[in-house]
Design a binder for this molecule. Structure first.
Ligand SMILES: Nc1ncnc2c1ncn2[C@@H]1O[C@H](COP(=O)(O)OP(=O)(O)OP(=O)(O)O)[C@@H](O)[C@H]1O
Length: 715
């Protein structure tokens, strides 16, 4: 006998979304309107009321965290069941491949390659091909390889399937250009270890379903109901997979909020959501518009903000919660003042009995946590970095600190961390030999290295340059300011160049932030490197003990789907948020959606803050346009903004937008264009990332690369 399941406190729209189980269904759910809850209730309804087995329901969530939370809540209703098909697309693909990858001649225990594995493969290819930073960076190459896999999702698997290792090798030897060679070498390396990277998971699964009718039929029979959460951030390939899987029974349910699309850079597109009813003409659309989460004041500010976007699906949300205070905004004179204000507000809340765990602090980029963490630690406020790692625990920061420690302490731990980063050909065997030598002569590893610099053991390594960099820092630190000495070390050790070669912008931002911390410390002429390191050690050790009730710090991307009674959005500065890295007006709209996601996480109180000063790129910081987009009347200004700041901001916005407009590609391959000097020509290729076209002008023998802004429509 089955339980019937449908709670009393759901509204009419939610009920429709839960009980419309057959066919294609699209639910457009505004922020805080109970989308997650509806999805859970729908799952329980399918199982308890309709009697469908969980093994016949695929419910795709955006993150593992969301899947686990959903399973937990479903189990609370249905009891302990196997809910393996409540999972992310990736986790589902792993399950499918475990069952069926043998059709591709891969073993069931194939290896899933993570980002570090991919970088290692590329590092090997770089070495084999003799590539350097002058050619490209690992990150850029990785992006290109992954992009190529998206673009040629079927053909590269044809190659993996049809060619054996020797044939793949022959293919890369005959490659037409460098990029093709890198890509083919990459395929070769991954096939050699039966590796499957993140992109392959979905591509392999789709390819198998498309090429093997028996396998397709099995999975289509199984997936009687397919539900996709956070559909606004689903990529074309994921959508295709969901369509394939629901191909037989036709029960495809999608739910999401187009205003919360924040992953366009991973391939999600508003259009997939908006055009769903054209792809499925019989689709039923349900809109959830009652916001249960936020006070009317918070919702009005968020709605006012998102209405500034041009491309959107208009909808009006209404709040049912009782009225509360307006969002409070503080403009600080420095990032330290900003962090102090956040801390003071949190302390006031805690004094009033608010638990630390009901407070979320959100920011656009990881590097912004440094100042917050320092102020939190100094004020003994318990916190946890919810997404990612505490600032002083991050790999690149630890590496640099260990380099500095090589000068102050020269200890073995710092040595082991730095001696082969960047790679200097000092591997495990050599380290063992140095350890033995050190034990015999009662020396540290560094001293042992120094004593053996001219021996055969270290021939062919770059041990000398390592020692030279550390010695140079040792000498300079007496005469140079701490920040200059640090820069010398970063240059001479090759560490910064190494990071640039990796090309990971987040890591470079963290290093820039560390330099700022050193600069600040260097303002005190008496401060020593030892003092600085001792101070940092304090920041890093405190975090080790687990505290139950902590303020959560996180990037906005990882705050997706979360809610907190009290939400702080920090670092609201032009160039930080919206990020300076965006290159089109569409991306500006995505930044605004991100701001919308951030604001709608707040249930009772919302706090916004920014700081004057200079940004990572040394430009003057202005308050973010998003503060004004939310409507001046909807925000309580703790300090009034000076007129000069507002005019400066408006000028910066206008100039920035004009530049963004110019950076958007307006023409396509084969379009005729006109140039003020070269005259007429034809577009040969479009390079979005660097904002230029390759153009073959009628009057010139060879092509020219021309910036987007310099061309007009031709005859
Ligand atoms: N019918 C209802 N009555 C009262 N509260 C509700 C109802 N439905 C949902 N809620 C509450 O509203 C809040 C938001 O719900 P939920 O997290 O499911 O929203 P969401 O649409 O997934 O939000 P977002 O997309 O912004 O992350 C939760 O605290 C939830 O418990």
């Amino acid at each position: 006998m089955f339980l019937t399941h449908l709670p009393n406190d759901i509204n009419t729209e939610q009920r429709a979304a839960i009980t419309t189980t057959e066919g294609a269904v699209r639910v457009i759910a505004g922020a805080g309107t109970g989308k997650t809850r509806t999805l859970i209730e729908r799952y329980c309804y399918l199982v308890s009321t309709l009697g469908i087995a969980p093994k016949n329901i695929l419910c795709v969530t955006f993150t593992n965290r969301a899947a686990n939370e959903m399973k937990r809540r479903v189990r609370a209703v249905l009891g302990d069941r196997d809910l393996g098909y409540i999972c992310t697309f990736h986790a589902f693909c792993v399950q499918l491949l475990k069952e069926d990858i043998h059709v591709l001649n891969y073993p069931r225990n194939f290896t899933i390659l993570d980002m570090e594995d991919l970088k290692q493969i590329l590092q090997k290819i770089f070495t084999d091909m003799g590539l350097t930073l002058r050619d490209t960076t690992i990150k850029r190459t990785l992006d290109e390889v992954l992009e190529a896999k998206k673009l040629h999702a079927t053909t590269y698997i044809d190659d993996i399937y049809q060619l054996d290792n020797e044939q793949l090798k022959a293919r890369y030897s005959d490659a037409r250009d460098r990029d093709e060679e890198i890509f083919l070498r990459y395929l070769y390396e991954q096939k050699k270890c039966f590796g499957v990277d993140f992109n392959d998971l979905i591509n392999f699964a789709t390819w198998i379903l498309e090429h093997f009718p028996d396998v397709r039929q099995k999975w289509q029979d199984r997936m009687q109901y397919v539900m996709v959460d956070e559909f606004q951030d689903v990529s074309k390939r994921q959508y295709k997979l969901a369509q394939l899987l629901s191909g037989k029974h036709g029960n495809l349910f999608i739910v999401g909020d187009p205003d919360q699309t924040i992953y366009s850079w991973r391939g999600s597109h508003l259009r997939l959501f908006l055009d769903f009813n054209q792809v499925y003409p019989a689709a039923v659309t349900v809109a959830l518009t009652t916001n249960y989460r936020s006070t009317p004041e918070i919702l009005t500010a968020a709605n006012t903000l998102i209405e500034k976007n041009q491309v959107r699906f208009p909808k009006s949300l209404h709040a049912v919660k009782a009225s509360g205070p307006r969002a409070r905004y503080f403009h600080a004179k420095s990032d330290k003042d900003e962090a102090d204000w956040v801390v003071a507000q949190i302390q006031t809340l805690r004094a009033a009995g608010v638990a630390a765990g009901s407070i979320g602090v959100l920011y656009r980029a990881h590097y912004l946590t440094r100042m917050l963490e320092e102020r939190f630690v100094e004020n003994k406020l318990p916190y946890k970095i919810f997404s990612g790692i505490a600032f002083y625990e991050r790999r690149e920061i630890k590496d640099i600190i260990c380099y500095l420690r090589m000068v102050t302490a020269g200890d073995d731990l710092a040595f082991l961390r730095t001696v082969n980063v960047p790679p200097r050909k000092i591997g495990k065997k050599k380290l063992e030999a140095l350890t033995l030598y050190g034990e015999q002569h009662r020396l540290t590893l560094y001293q042992s290295l120094r004593e053996n610099l001219d021996t055969d053991m270290l021939k062919g390594t770059r041990a000398k340059s390592y020692v030279a960099a550390i010695d140079a820092l040792g000498q300079h630190r007496q005469t140079l300011a701490m920040d200059t000495a640090l820069q010398t070390l970063l240059d001479q050790s090759g560490y910064e160049a190494y990071l640039r070669l990796q090309g990971d912008q987040d890591r470079l931002d963290n290093v820039a932030e560390l330099k700022r911390a050193v600069q600040r410390a260097a303002l005190d002429e008496d401060a020593t490197l030892e003092d600085f390191l001792a101070q940092i050690a304090l920041f890093s050790n405190l975090d080790s003990e687990e505290k139950p009730d902590t303020v959560k710090l996180m990037t906005i991307h990882s705050a997706k789907g979360m809610e907190y009674p009290y939400v702080f959005i920090c670092g609201l500065n032009e160039g930080v948020f919206p990020s300076r890295r965006i290159s089109s007006l569409e991306e500006m709209e995505e930044e605004r959606r991100l701001a919308y996601v951030a604001m709608t996480r707040a249930m009772d109180r919302l706090y916004l803050s920014d700081a004057e000063g200079v940004a990572n790129d040394n430009l003057v910081k202005y308050p973010s346009r998003f503060i004004f987009d939310a409507g001046e009347e909807n925000i309580e200004y703790v300090v009034p903004l000076e007129e000069g700041l507002k005019t400066g901001l408006l000028r910066a916005i206008t100039a920035g937008d004009e530049q963004l407009g110019n950076m958007a590609a307006r023409y396509d391959v084969s379009d005729r264009v006109d140039h003020p000097v070269f005259g007429g020509g034809v577009i040969i290729s479009v390079h979005e990332r660097d904002a230029y076209y390759a153009v073959k002008f009628d009057a010139l023998p060879t092509e020219r690369n021309i910036q987007f802004s310099a061309l007009h429509k031709g005859e």
